[in-house]
Design a protein around this ligand. Structure first.
Ligand SMILES: Cc1ncc(COP(=O)(O)O)c(C=O)c1O
Length: 457
């Protein structure tokens, strides 16, 4: 068909009512939450763009698969279905289920890291960084220079800086136990990594004899960007491209709450027998027996089916297009966002939008809180609150102060997105009347989840 409109490639069979609140009710709710939207009651949120993780809608086929769940403690049929689906996609030898992505990270890093080691990545996600630092190792971000400048467009802004990676491997070879690349690069704006870049990382890892792991949470969105943007890839299916991405690596961590199209789950996968044995032993200690890893049999079924649906082209075409649609509306209204729009989210450059608020007064939090009070929209700060505190307790501005509007998969329609665009443009027009924040209480690690704030007057 030659129509230009890209419609949602599904129809709605079951609905979940939204609650509309007044502005004064939202002010009171945010005060009660210590001005931290993570601490709100979700019923008080109208459009929830806090995360795309575990918030997607499952298909009728996935709900049907749930009924097939085999809840045997060991050797469950659902595990074998899950393992086969993951192996068919990734080709890895050892498939270790976990309850979500960070459990896979914790098991991998606790198994292999020693204090003083360095783990390079394009950009580490917050849980990845925290799980590396808790082992006394360093999480090093080596995204290409374009990936650090929000307004600069680049087709593969998530690429890792190959000369910088080579310099690291040359100068600190003994301190680097593995190389990671995150696809797509969530902390850098949901930006894709090219096949060319992944192939070059593989070649460097071969030269320096280092294992190469993907943080594969959004592998399908990355594969579709490759199909759209990388020369020579247009005629391949997203699944074929994803298979090549995995074939270049020695293993991966995965949160099935993203491109597994499931509400919970994840896995750690790898080819190395010795590492896998140690990882399974730790899994038994903290997650469960290796054929369920903290998940119910029905969760394994939902993920197995989700991994097939997520690489379907109509789904990916709609997914990438609908995110770009929001990005285009905001750009047309003069709101600075990371260009080009990412796969799962739009990232507003809060530092550029609110230049009167210094980074250490958290412009991202000012914008997030205004979006909630004005329109009932919940977004996430990805900036100085999330990344500005160092292990020694000191604080400095993060590289960027972003606000992420993450789009749950298959949940909201185009009119919800039109509402979000209108609301963001309204909040942007409030400009200098928005005030910064200070932290009144916070935890030592991952402080953004529970910190309490008050407005700077
Ligand atoms: C790139 C990336 N890695 C790892 C994780 C952690 O996954 P989970 O939330 O399932 O623990 C996330 C979650 O948002 C992510 O975006």
């Amino acid at each position: 068909m030659s129509f230009r409109t890209i419609i949602e490639p599904f129809r709605i069979k079951s609905v979940d009512a939204l609650k509309f609140t007044r502005r004064d009710e939202r002010e009171a709710a945010l005060d009660a939450a210590g001005r931290n939207v993570f601490l709100l009651h979700a019923d008080d949120v109208l459009v929830d763009l806090l995360t795309d993780s575990g918030t997607g809608a499952m298909s009728a086929a996935q709900w049907g698969a749930l009924m097939q769940g085999d809840e045997s403690y060991a050797g469950s049929r659902s595990f074998y279905r899950f393992r086969d689906a993951v192996q068919a996609l990734t080709g890895f030898t050892h498939i270790i289920p976990t309850h979500q992505g960070r459990a896979a990270e914790r098991i991998l890093f606790h198994t292999i890291l020693a204090p003083g080691q360095i783990v390079p990545n394009n950009n580490h996600f917050d849980t990845t960084r925290a799980n590396i630092e808790v082992e006394g190792a360093e999480a090093l971000d080596l995204v290409i220079p374009e990936g650090r400048i929000p307004a600069t467009p680049h087709p593969f802004k998530g690429n890792i800086d190959l000369p910088a990676l080579e310099r690291l491997l040359e100068s600190h070879r003994d301190r680097v136990p593995l190389v990671m690349v995150t696809v797509t690069n969530n902390s850098g704006g949901g930006q894709p990594v090219s096949l060319e870049n992944l192939r070059a990382v593989r070649a460097l890892c071969n030269r320096y004899q280092k294992p190469f792991f993907l943080d594969a949470c959004r592998f399908a969105e990355n594969a579709y960007f490759i199909k759209l943007r990388e020369p020579g890839q247009a005629n391949r299916t997203p699944r074929e491209i994803a298979q090549e991405m995995f074939s270049l690596a020695d293993g991966c961590t995965m949160s099935a709450k993203k491109d597994g199209l499931a509400n919970i789950g994840g896995f750690l996968a790898m080819n190395d027998d010795a590492w896998a044995e140690r990882a399974r032993n730790l899994l038994i200690l903290t997650e469960g027996f290796p054929t369920y890893g903290g998940l119910a049999g029905y969760d394994l079924e939902a993920i197995a089916r989700g991994l097939e649906e997520v690489v379907e082209e109509p789904y990916l075409r709609y997914r990438i297009r609908s995110t770009a649609y929001l990005g285009e509306k905001l750009t047309a209204g003069g709101v600075p966002i990371i260009q080009p729009p990412g796969g799962h989210a739009i990232y507003i450059d809060a530092r550029a939008l609110l230049p009167h608020i210094p980074p250490l007064e958290y412009p991202g939090i000012a914008l997030v809180n205004a979006l909630y009070v004005e329109a009932g929209i919940r977004a996430a700060e990805i900036g100085t609150v999330m990344f500005g505190r160092h292990p020694d307790g000191t604080e400095s501005p993060a590289a960027m102060d972003l606000v992420r509007l993450a789009i749950p998969r298959r949940v909201y329609t185009q009119s919800h997105i039109d509402y979000v665009a209108e609301a963001v443009l309204h909040v942007a027009s409030l400009g200098r009347s928005l005030r910064g924040y200070r932290i009144t209480a916070s935890a030592a690690v991952l402080r953004h989840f529970t910190a309490q704030f008050e407005r700077v007057l």
